[in-house]
Ligand binder design. Structure first.
Ligand code: GLN
Length: 500
């Protein structure tokens, strides 16, 4: 993969966006289509098809999501050191498609095998595409946040389409068909990326082709060995997902080792660079709390929508899976232009808040979103909440997300020295991983028991009381942690002032 285009010429682009961003937008869009298409169905499939109870379904869902976001630490590191981002994206994409196709096989056993393949694929794919986006910009280029917001919009276009199409087909027609369709779109994304990747010039190439091609003692190249070893991880994840209770013993040591490793690598940097990594880590910790609440979206909110939200709109009965899994993305897409213009407007007046303040705003709005679900419950009719409250709550969850998620991706690429970006991007997603894990546990607190003898579940009024109680706790903790971050933000600003 020789490149004719220089890094300089890419980073010296004119206008608002580098033209390479479009390729990354579409590749990520189709990958997220696959991911969110699958995500829309997972919990519903486990509860309605595999007949797992709510608690078991939620914890397996949380474990899967947590594994999904933990593996980018390894995927990011491998790309930094050996594969480069582009090969990692291609290998990850192949696995993501393969995982979806396995889940499309209509036997129960295919489910865990498919999920395990998705975990490995996502580890390769997810951090590296964001790292490439960051590489399109020079250090200090003020257009970076806008670029990430645009990229984030691509994520959500894919998530929306995947959520609607796979959610609807899977829930209304055939679960396995829903999974299979998700895989087809990953192939589309891969083809787009492979055909056009040359416009990335040297970005994302491996640090050394020679090392990659060097034969190992097994007679195969290092590159093939890495691919082969990652396949061996699949049975390990099948075991972890099947015996999900062991996961808590794995995630904590993994997280601690990864964190210590980052601190060790960062300790070799100069003081200013070290302080920036420290700020990144503090932001990452708050983001993990954000995700723990926000990710109820794929878990308890899916079931809440199914059981307690009135899905009848002007004579039509909507699919709760499709509504719940697309509404958030629709808001993100609709709100992004306002945020991009708003941040630039504030920046021109030297009033743009720093990343820590934006994160705090994110947590406050997330809290408000959940509070609106609680208010909706107070006005419920026979345990059924009006869709209006559901939509309004999601509006604030989504605007909160826009203050945190794309800003976090951008901040990571800015706060990390070039050789550590892949690793730090992995750690950013590791925070999501912790969040997802906690989300599963929080979700299981809202498990709606069903009578084992009769198979009958609780009434809507009873289940609403359970949801509303936990949603209100989420609202207060989220808002409280937003205020805490706001209080310490001047101190964080000083630590990262070189990027202001
Ligand atoms: N919704 C975003 C995405 O899919 C962020 C996910 C996350 O980091 N938890 O990329």
């Amino acid at each position: 993969m020789q490149s004719a285009i220089s890094l300089e010429s890419i980073q010296n682009f004119e206008g608002k966006y580098p033209k390479q961003l479009r390729l990354l937008f579409f590749t990520e869009m189709w990958e997220r289509f696959t991911f969110y298409g699958n995500r829309a169905l997972l919990l519903l499939f486990m509860v309605n098809y595999l007949h797992f109870d709510d608690a078991k379904g939620n914890v397996i869902y949380g474990t899967f999501q947590s594994l999904i976001y933990a593996m980018p630490v390894l995927g990011g590191m491998l790309a930094d050191k050996l594969l480069g981002q582009r090969r990692s994206i291609i290998w990850g994409g192949i696995l993501l498609a393969a995982g979806s196709f396995v889940m499309a096989i209509p036997v129960k056993e295919s489910f865990f095998i498919g999920m395990a393949i998705l975990v490995v694929g996502n580890g390769y794919f997810k951090p590296n595409i964001s790292t490439i986006v960051g590489n399109l910009y020079k250090a200090g280029d003020g257009r970076r946040d806008a670029g990430f917001s645009f990229f984030y919009m691509g994520i959500n276009v894919g998530a929306m389409l995947g959520g609607i199409l796979c959610g609807w087909i899977g829930q209304q027609y055939n679960w396995h068909l829903g999974f299979g369709i998700a895989g087809i779109f990953m192939i589309l994304g891969l083809v787009v990326f492979v055909k056009n990747q040359s416009i990335l010039g040297p970005i994302g190439l491996p640090p050394s082709e020679a090392i990659l091609r060097a034969k190992t003692k097994l007679g195969i190249s290092k590159e093939l060995l890495v691919y082969g070893l990652s396949l061996l991880a699949i049975p390990v994840f099948i075991v972890v997902l099947s015996y999900y209770k062991i996961y808590s013993y794995l995630i904590n040591p993994f997280g601690i080792i990864a964190l210590l490793y980052v601190i060790y690598v960062a300790s070799k940097l100069d003081k200013a660079a070290f302080l920036k990594i420290l700020v990144a880590l503090i932001l990452i910790i708050f983001s993990s709390l954000f995700w723990a609440f926000y990710e109820q979206g794929g878990g308890s909110l899916n079931l809440f929508a199914d059981r307690n939200v009135n899905m009848n709109v002007v004579g039509f009965h909507l699919s709760s899976a499709a509504v719940n899994n697309s509404i958030n993305s629709i808001f993100v897409i609709a709100l992004t232009p306002f945020f991009v213009v708003g941040w630039i407007w504030l920046a021109n007046r030297k009033k743009e808040p720093n990343a820590a303040v934006k994160f705090a705003l994110g947590l406050l709005q997330l809290g408000l979103g959940f509070y609106i679900f609680v208010i909706g419950a107070k006005f419920a009719d026979n345990g059924m909440v009006s869709m209006l409250f559901f939509v309004l709550g999601y509006l604030f969850m989504s605007s909160g997300e826009l203050c945190l998620s794309p800003i976090g991706l951008s901040a990571i690429t800015q706060l990390s020295p070039p050789k550590m970006v892949g690793l730090m991007m992995g750690i950013w997603f590791l925070a999501s991983s912790y969040g997802q894990y906690l989300a599963g546990i929080i979700g299981s607190l809202m498990a709606i028991p069903s009578d084992a003898a009769t198979g009958k579940s609780m009434s809507a009024i009873e289940s609403l009381a359970i949801y509303s109680n936990i949603f209100s706790k989420i609202a207060w903790v989220s808002a409280g942690s937003g205020i805490l971050l706001l209080v310490i933000s001047p101190w964080l600003k000083k630590m990262m002032k070189t990027i202001e």
